[in-house]
Design a protein around this ligand. Structure first.
Ligand code: SF4
Length: 106
């Protein structure tokens, strides 16, 4: 009978220890993202085609917020009225943490 119970106890103990480790890792190793990143990504076309020279729309949005991307027109499927102007409007209302404007244009 004990041969059956030991594996359950051992696996349960391992699961509990790993759960505690994952809980601490989640608490202390979380990377804080720019809260604007999701919003800017949603304003892009979302094709993830790579025509802008980045691996996808999220990377392009990261480039916009970091200042690496200076021209939104690098996004070939993007339309000024549908995508670029809403992004510029959004960035006007959501400056960088140091209160400077994001330097990007169409
Ligand atoms: S070109 Fe535009 S749609 Fe394509 S990945 Fe870049 S940002 Fe996304």
């Amino acid at each position: 009978m004990m041969e059956i119970i030991y594996p359950f106890l051992i696996l349960g103990a391992i699961g509990a220890v790993l759960g505690v480790i994952l809980s601490f890792a989640n608490r202390y190793l979380t990377v804080q993202e720019d809260p604007r990143l999701d919003d800017v990504e949603k304003l892009l076309p979302g094709y993830n085609c790579g025509a802008c020279g980045t691996p996808g729309c999220r990377a392009f949005a990261e480039g916009i917020l970091s200042g690496e991307v200076k021209n939104l027109s690098r996004c070939k499927p993007g339309k000024p009225d549908k995508h670029f102007n809403p992004i510029l409007e959004y960035l006007k209302d959501h400056p960088n943490p140091d209160n400077t404007k994001v330097d990007v244009k169409i």
